[in-house]
Ligand binder design. Structure first.
Ligand code: KIV
Length: 258
């Protein structure tokens, strides 16, 4: 398993591949893929639990899903999100980060320029990934960030500040390609992009987006499978065979053989 230090040291050497994961069977499958990081993100709230916003995710929900994922992940670095409201103050952040670590996380991630929190966590031995650009926990709208000179400068200085505070890597979400490239050159730790172009040190996607399982996906997502259609087809095939008396007796021309 790669440690946070291994991931930090990957800067300039190899691209970091990271995917989100929220449940046991998907964790078992993804753990075989040789990815650098598996991540129980608070996108959990939107793509798995059907909430409108990630800010509805609680520590209890994170711990529940993290436990399931941990039981499936044996060899990949496992990162977990500190959810909205769980790191308002450094001491509260440490208490909640420790709960995530006890539930099986190898490191934690938080959103925004919380330098005080990052410094405190790092001083207490917690490995932290930062996150700048679009911050879904607090964003009013999911739009590209850093498109103006002033907001680009703010996003860049936040990434610099998080690296200085001790983050071992920083997620750049939904920022222009040139800004991501500039930040990637400016900071000494890896950037992991999502909707931030090809010049980051790594890439992360939300698993349900890249598997084509969630109906609404951002424009920058590449789908590596089309599971939504596969599920509909499987459900319809089962329905037909039950209605026609072909399942369980009569064999099946439609079931996928494993
Ligand atoms: O929670 C999440 O899935 C994230 C990714 C968008 C990076 O923060």
């Amino acid at each position: 398993m790669k440690t946070a230090e291994d991931i930090r040291a990957a800067k300039g050497r190899s691209n970091i591949a990271m995917l989100t994961v929220y449940d046991y069977p998907t964790a078992c499958a993804l753990d075989r893929c040789g990815l650098d990081i598996l991540f129980v993100g608070d996108t959990l709230g939107e793509v798995e639990l059907g909430f409108a916003r990630t800010s509805e995710v609680t520590m209890e929900m994170m711990l529940h899903h993290l436990g399931a994922v941990r039981r499936g992940v044996k060899q990949t670095h496992l990162l977990a999100d500190l959810p909205y409201g769980s790191y308002a103050a450094p001491e509260q952040a440490l208490e909640n980060a420790r709960r995530l670590l006890e539930a099986g996380a190898d490191s934690v991630k938080l959103e925004g320029p919380r330098y005080d929190v990052v410094e405190y966590l790092v001083a207490h031995g917690v490995d932290v990934m930062g996150h700048v650009g679009l911050l879904p926990q607090t964003a009013q709208r999911y739009v590209r960030q850093g498109t103006r000179k002033s907001s680009a400068a703010r996003v860049e200085s936040e990434a610099v500040g998080l690296a200085r505070a001790g983050c071992y890597a920083v997620v750049l979400e939904y920022v222009p390609t040139e800004l991501a490239q500039r930040i990637t050159s400016a900071i000494p730790v890896p950037t992991v992009g999502i909707g931030a172009g090809p010049h980051c040190d790594g890439q992360v996607l939300v698993i349900t987006d890249m598997l084509g399982l969630y109906p609404r996906v951002p424009s920058y997502v590449r789908k590596y499978a089309h599971l939504y259609e596969t599920i509909v087809q499987a459900g319809e095939a089962f329905r037909d065979e039950v209605k026609e008396g072909l399942f369980p007796s009569g064999g099946s021309g439609k079931a996928v053989k494993s």
